[in-house]
Design a binder for this molecule. Sequence first.
Ligand SMILES: [Ca+2]
Ligand SMILES: [Cu+2]
Length: 336
Amino acid sequence: MKVKDTMMVTAEVSGMAGAANPCCSARSSRGRQHWSDASSPAHRSTSRRCMEDEAVYIAGGPSFVGISDPIISLVGEGPKRKVHLSPFFIEKRAVSGSQFRSFVEATGYVTEAERYGWSFVFHLLLDEPGRHESPVETPWWRKVDGACWHQPEGPGSSLQGREDHPAVHISWADASAYAHWCGGRLPTEAEWEFAARGALVDPRFPWGDEEPSDERIFCNIWQGQFPQVNDAVDGFVGTAPVESFLPNGYGLFNMVGNVWEWCSDTFKIRSVGKVARQRNADALRYSERVMKGGSYLCHISYCYRYRIAARSGRPADTSAGNTGFRVAFDQRVAAV
Ligand SMILES: [Ca+2]
Ligand SMILES: [Cu+2]
């Protein structure tokens, strides 16, 4: 299918010293404006594949979302607001490539990256990055034909040897379809934050307040000079297995770093400022959804988004090599 490419990229302006602070997540809107029919008939499958022990019970109760002193402004980290959460379950790990393969094999689901015929791949992961187009404002992304969940760097690549890494090049609709198939749904942003805190009172990170360093490694982010030199002191230039590093207090792995995780919420900034209103208008226009957790491309100097309160809004049909998801459930789903 020939797809009208409406790839567009915007930089988000940060409140950090007034410097531009674009997000490491890719941004695309590929012409699709309607989402209710985005999933294939697989969406309606009643197959239940999620193992009972893959999700943990979260009691919920009085909680909050956001922070009162946003570090990156104009993306809606604040204000801190009270919420009340019903009990829910959330998976310990992001959905892996092999789990996503089971879904595709059972249902024949075709992802949006496959339907559109391309997805974004980080330039250092490509043998010949110069062969591919890049968005002007985020030149580290390359638009790679054929890149999708089962060939993350495009034709010639595969999941071999990294089946336990998170499924990537997953759009919001793809993630939602998988979640419904296994009897769940995407978590809300408030649920995601509650889960990420791991029973700590109000930590910056899932492990507490300690900033990661080359000596103290808690998650898969960027080390070195973004976007050209990744020292990979944490062991990973790209994705890490879904069960890497220590889990948080609830037993959840990689809530920050590794891959961005889609949430169910539509993206909105709670502010009446002019810039926020413009941003919200764009978000509405492009059916943007919330992503949480940052990715293997985050770095404090550039994209300080491996914090629990950090967020990003992206058009729902965006897919990239650093975007995945995990599933939440309202009730325990028995393994089949
Ligand atoms: Ca890394
Ligand atoms: Cu980032």
